[in-house]
Design a protein. Structure first.
Length: 678
């Protein structure tokens, strides 16, 4: 009991109310910087220590591995003795779906087994494109990425390939509907033949299983007595149904979220899941976490004033717990170069005043807006990190090695098998690949079935068949020897056996080849660093497939962070620059045309509330973007910030106002914006 008392010592009354709630549904409205992670972890600890709940009966769901790891670490620090290796299950929706399917996928009766491959977005797009080619559907008339997006949207809505045409009738024109339906059906058949699942299947198929009245499924449903869901405003329909299934029938479900930070509708998130929680659970307890411990008062007052203009939201206002700070600086630049020049000078001023570069972030609505800033940072020798671009696991050499490992686990994975069948080069050309693909299609089988079958494709020469046989025997030998040594040594041996480093030396110039070798070595190092002393290959590959961009982000002490407003969600910085605050960019033109103003306003709110100490906003009179020069009006969100919270600065030499008086700077006599000190 003393430990339970300790758990509540540093919590405010609202946090205590959320932490100590026992049974029944609860909605925790957690605003920006209100300590929601602390509430979730303390609630799990309190359930264990005070109410005697078995740790393994607690399920916590979130959206990134980084968030899940942070929760696990905090919980272990809170209850180091009580847990004793029996921690609650804390992870992402997709990780839970993958684990459930590893146990139960054969219950679907569709030919899957537990060694399935998880296809990431790039793999999925490639598979969709291949499907379209097989169906003789033009990849110019219909972009594979667009088709993949429509398939993902259907899976998020729990619509399978058989129901697609009837469920989507009216949303698409008939011709498009028929084409997408054909691709979806054939694509899904391919996934089943290849023993592969995409991200949508990791949620859709578990919901299918959880509806089945099977003993193995009941064990899964009965395992979790208490459910905690983080970032509930970001759940899509499939995740909403999955959480509801796991919570039933006792409905000990606690959801934590903030409708003012719902910014992912474009990937299927439905804020109504949070807004209508009390309709789903009429007896739900509602707790408001309204105290902000992150941002200085002017930042929070500006953010509150902007978000209050949204209609589709729970009425609330964040209360600042930190002291007064400097007003919001708004800089009117002449063009994008002037804007970048101002930004870089202010970064140097911050540095001179003791700020570390890692405390500084530059946020923007769309990726192309970073280019001018990057150019200026390079010119001024200021280190920076772009939180986007080619993820480590998307680099060609890393994907090659991972493809070998995936095929070793699941040889029926045609997508990855065909990636490595002639990498390194072993004389198996495109004609040979196409011949075995055609043979596999005719037989309704995988390429591996063709390679290991007795019937050889008639159109292949004896030399081609011999090369294919040598490849098949090499993979089979690797599969058989997989358990003979630990995973790190096994992967090193595999890379040596296929001659991958020699292949890189032949394909690339010395400097590029060395960079690529180092990336492969880094991959081996990551296997070494897994928590388990004897890492499991399937588990490692699953973690790789489920990693998000945010998971790979690490706080940079000596680099400025450049990232989109969407990528900034969940992060915080001492100083935030938001560039291109212009109508057409923020709010984005597409949202202005399609009625998405409220989500754009939420994006602005998210950007502002990433800052702890200072916010600097900028806009230009004209901007060169997408190959032409635009003249935009200042963002309408700037006008929603109270005048008393703003300082205006002009791009041309002008008289600077005193900080915080809210007056617009007039051009003419006096000082210069370059003298402005943060």
């Amino acid at each position: 009991m003393n430990k339970s008392k300790e758990l509540l010592e540093e919590l405010n009354p609202e946090q205590i109310s959320a932490v100590t709630h026992y049974k029944g549904p609860m909605l925790v409205l957690s605003g920006a910087g209100s300590g929601k992670t602390r509430v979730i972890t303390h609630r799990a600890a309190y359930l264990v220590d005070h109410y005697g709940v078995e740790p393994s009966n607690i399920l916590g769901l979130t959206f990134t591995n980084k968030a899940a790891d942070e929760m696990n670490e905090r919980l272990e620090n809170l209850l180091p003795r009580q847990l004793d290796g029996r921690s609650p299950w804390l992870g992402t929706f997709h990780a839970l779906g993958a684990q459930l399917l590893r146990d139960l996928v054969e219950e679907l009766g569709r030919g899957y087994d537990r060694y399935f491959t998880i296809y990431d977005q790039s793999d999925q797009k490639k598979a969709v494109k291949e499907t379209m080619v097989d169906l003789d559907i033009s990849t110019e008339e219909f972009q594979p990425g667009m088709i993949a997006s429509l398939i993902n949207e259907a899976k998020n809505d729990l619509i399978g390939p058989d129901e697609f045409r009837s469920e989507k009738a009216g949303e698409l024109d008939d011709y498009t509907l028929r084409m997408v339906s054909r691709v979806y059906n054939t694509y899904q058949e391919k996934l089943e033949d290849w023993n592969g699942l995409d991200f949508g299947d990791l949620i859709r198929l578990p919901t299918v299983l959880l509806e089945k009245d099977l003993e193995s499924v009941r064990r899964w449903r009965e395992r979790f007595k208490f459910l905690l869901v983080d970032e509930y405003q970001d759940t899509n329909h499939a995740q909403y149904v999955m959480a509801s299934q796991l919570a039933a029938p006792e409905n000990n479900i606690c959801v934590v979220g903030d409708d003012d930070q719902a910014i992912f509708s474009w990937r299927g998130a439905d804020v109504s899941n949070l807004l209508e929680f009390e309709e789903d659970y009429p007896d739900a307890r509602v707790v408001h976490l309204s105290r902000n411990y992150r941002s200085k008062k002017p930042i929070l007052r500006a953010a509150n004033a902007i978000i209050e203009n949204n209609k589709l939201r729970k009425q609330k206002e964040m209360e600042p717990e930190r002291g007064e700070g400097k007003s919001i600086t708004i800089y009117n630049a002449t063009d994008e170069e002037d804007e970048a020049d101002f930004l870089v000078r202010q970064i140097n001023k911050l540095r001179e005043n003791g700020a570390e570069l890692g405390e500084i972030a530059v946020l923007y609505r769309v990726n192309p807006l970073s280019r001018g800033v990057e150019k200026k940072l390079v010119k001024r020798n200021i280190p920076y990190e772009i939180v986007r671009g080619t993820r480590f696991y998307e680099r060609k050499e890393v994907k090659d090695v991972l493809a070998y490992l995936r095929v070793i686990c699941n040889p029926h994975d045609d997508l990855h098998l065909l990636r490595i069948i002639n990498t390194p080069r072993r004389g198996i050309g495109s004609r040979t690949e196409e011949a075995i693909r055609r043979s596999a299609r005719r037989r309704g089988a995988s390429v591996w079935d063709v390679l290991t079958g007795e019937e050889e494709p008639s159109e292949l020469s004896s030399r081609q068949i011999s090369r294919l046989k040598a490849f098949e025997e090499m993979i089979e030998d690797m599969r058989e020897r997989r358990g003979e040594r630990d995973l790190v040594d096994y992967v090193k041996g595999m890379i040596s056996e296929i001659g991958y480093f020699s292949f890189l030396e032949k394909e690339y110039d010395p400097e590029s080849a060395e960079d690529r070798r180092n990336n492969v070595r880094e991959l081996i190092g990551q296997i070494k660093e897994t928590d388990d002393e004897t890492p499991d290959l399937e588990e490692f590959l699953e973690n790789v497939a489920l990693e998000s961009d945010v998971d790979s982000y690490e706080d940079q002490r000596n680099k400025v962070s450049l990232l989109t407003l969407h990528s900034a969600k969940g992060l915080e910085f001492g100083y935030v620059f938001m560039v291109a605050m212009e109508d057409g960019l923020l709010p984005h033109k597409r949202s202005l045309e399609e009625g998405g103003m409220e989500e754009e306003r939420r994006l602005c709110y998210v950007g502002l509330t990433r800052a702890k100490n200072r916010v600097i906003l900028s806009y230009t009179d004209s901007r060169f973007l997408y190959g032409q020069r635009f003249s935009h009006l200042p963002s309408r969100f700037l006008e929603e910030i109270p005048e008393e919270e703003k300082i205006y600065l002009e791009g041309k030499p002008g008289t600077l106002s005193s900080e915080g008086d809210g007056s617009r700077v007039s051009s003419g006599s006096g000082g210069n914006w370059k003298d402005f000190v943060e």
